[in-house]
Design a protein around this ligand. Structure first.
Ligand code: ADP
Length: 318
């Protein structure tokens, strides 16, 4: 089982010829609403990749919140610990997309910012019965750290997608088994470059600073770098830093017809957590997630674009 602590963001997207200037009103060309938020997208991705999945977080007591709860129910994600917060609205994102595809986004986290350590403590049973806890940084850090502590003391594997990037406590590596940033986040976490071959030097440093069992840097259309150690389970935690068997692997991107890369990282993280929960080693879970990320780029939208286990399997055996 996978437990996801994270965000819900309703994206209200306008297409416009350009951004308005101060005091100006302009006409947009199109408007769409999407259910999103890194936590929600990753929960849907984990579920569709075959894991029993539960989510912890907050939505508002409004129509957006109702839509999120309906989709969680439809997909079969356990939402017993998703609170409907009457004091705040559901989190929203307001992107303006210009004709060249570039976007400018305002996000208002609202109910996501109200997630507390107490919410997480109340959800302790669902964390403790999971194989994997998956977290991002779109809800407040005290809630995230509480979830990581609870998981660690119950021997639940922890996966941190450090997005959006934010300062983390020095001792975070004691709480995180696997860290999964994209290139931009990896650079800001380590202060080291990720362009070209430089990422091969950065990934082991990222692992050493942030996580006990492995680090994965997603490189968009360039694929994935994985730092792991074969025979992982034989190494006791206190011996990890002296362990010499770390290896760095590169996974090439799968060739697909990419039309929209939004949500690829979320598809990757959700599928990765699902395969770790199913007992895969980190490298084979990453190979599976690499296919899930690729498939997500072949569709528009975020949560609805998350691929299912049968499609991922078909791409891998193509
Ligand atoms: P994020 O959305 O967090 O920035 P990335 O853009 O790094 O994440 O994408 C996550 C993963 O999705 C990549 O590591 C890769 O596995 C897959 N992916 C992304 N873009 C492509 C692409 N154009 N072709 C094939 N796979 C892709």
């Amino acid at each position: 089982d996978v437990c996801v602590l994270g965000s819900f963001m309703k994206d209200l997207v306008t297409q416009a010829p350009r951004r308005p200037r101060p005091g100006e009103t302009i006409r947009g060309r199109a408007f769409d609403e999407y259910l999103g938020g890194k936590g929600f997208n990753q929960a849907i991705a984990a579920r569709r990749a075959g894991a029993r999945t539960a989510m912890i977080g907050r939505v508002g007591d409004d129509r957006h919140g109702a839509e999120f709860l309906a989709m969680l129910a439809e997909e079969g994600v356990d939402a017993a610990y998703v609170r409907r917060d009457s004091g705040w609205g559901t989190g929203v994102g307001l992107p303006v997309v210009e004709p060249d595809g570039s976007n400018s986004i305002i996000i208002v986290p609202r109910a996501n910012d109200a997630v507390t350590a107490d919410d997480v403590l109340a959800a302790a049973p669902v964390i403790q019965r999971s194989r994997v806890l998956l977290v991002q940084l779109e809800v407040p850090l005290p809630a995230v750290l509480t979830a990581l502590h609870l998981a660690r003391s119950a021997n639940v594997l922890t996966v941190l997608n450090p997005a959006p990037s934010a300062p983390l406590p020095e001792d975070i590596s004691a709480l995180v088994d696997v860290v999964v940033p994209n290139e931009v986040e990896a650079e800001s976490l380590t202060g080291l470059p990720c362009h070209g071959d430089a990422v091969l030097g950065t990934a082991p440093t990222l692992r050493r600073r942030l996580a006990r069992r492995g680090a994965i840097i997603t490189l968009g259309g360039r694929g994935v770098v994985v730092v792991d150690r074969p025979g992982d389970d034989e190494v006791p935690p206190e011996a990890v830093d002296a362990y010499a068997g770390w290896r760095t692997s590169v996974l090439n991107p799968l060739a697909v017809d990419t039309i929209d890369t939004v949500g690829a990282g979320d598809a990757f993280c959700g599928a990765l957590a699902a395969r770790i929960a199913a007992g895969d080693g980190l490298l084979s879970a990453a190979e599976y997630a690499n296919a899930a990320g690729a498939l997500a780029t072949t569709r528009r939208g975020t949560a609805p674009a998350m691929p299912r286990a049968d499609e991922i399997g078909a791409l891998l055996t193509r």
